[in-house]
Design a protein around this ligand. Structure first.
Ligand SMILES: Nc1nc2c(ncn2[C@@H]2O[C@H](COP(=O)(O)OP(=O)(O)OP(=O)(O)O)[C@@H](O)[C@H]2O)c(=O)[nH]1
Ligand SMILES: [Mg+2]
Length: 156
């Protein structure tokens, strides 16, 4: 959630609130002479919300799947969520995001492991971010936005 708020509202909070069901956001982004409106739905990955989140995966063009680099269990759950999305939308462009890379001394998952998982699962991209410092947040959204507008363009 804080990842999306950082991008959409430019804010970051330390609150411990979780997303219940789904929360919608939208943001206008401009690049390469395009102006598009991104419609962003934040869904929570916990099992008890699974019934609800499943409904939102239908017609998804692209998705970010997050894990916390300081939490190995969150990394291990990634595979299940990818499967879940693909069961609704096999063609969705998925970016795997390892978040909290400001907390280097608590790291439990290496960059290499993240890259390998993204390759193994045939995902569109892998990226590490920090919502705290803002690192790679804009880039992550731009990557996905460009891909959605022009699925066949080469991405650097
Ligand atoms: N140090 C650090 N803390 C972060 C980062 N991203 C999020 N947090 C903190 O981690 C907590 C949870 O972040 P959220 O993004 O809301 O994640 P969540 O609560 O599991 O997910 P939602 O249910 O969607 O809200 C908050 O207290 C954030 O301040 C980050 O990149 N670095
Ligand atoms: Mg939260």
């Amino acid at each position: 959630m804080e990842f999306v708020k950082r991008f959409v509202q430019g804010s970051f909070s330390q609150d411990k609130l979780m997303t219940v069901g789904m929360e919608p956001f939208s943001k206008n982004v401009c690049f390469d002479g395009n102006s598009i409106i991104l419609s962003i739905w934040v869904v929570n990955g916990e099992d008890r919300f699974k019934v609800m989140s499943g409904m939102f995966f239908r017609n998804t063009d692209g998705a970010f799947i997050f894990y916390d680099i300081t939490n190995r269990t969150s990394f291990e759950n990634v595979d299940r969520w990818i499967q879940e999305i693909r069961s609704f939308e096999p063609q969705a462009s998925i970016i795997l995001v390892g978040n909290k890379n400001d907390l280097i001394d608590q790291r439990e998952v290496t960059i290499k492991e993240g890259e390998e998982k993204a390759n193994k699962l045939g995902l569109f991209k892998f990226i590490e971010t920090s919502v705290l410092s803002g690192e790679n947040i804009e880039d992550a959204f731009l990557l996905l936005a460009k891909k959605l507008v022009n699925p066949y363009a080469e991405v650097e």
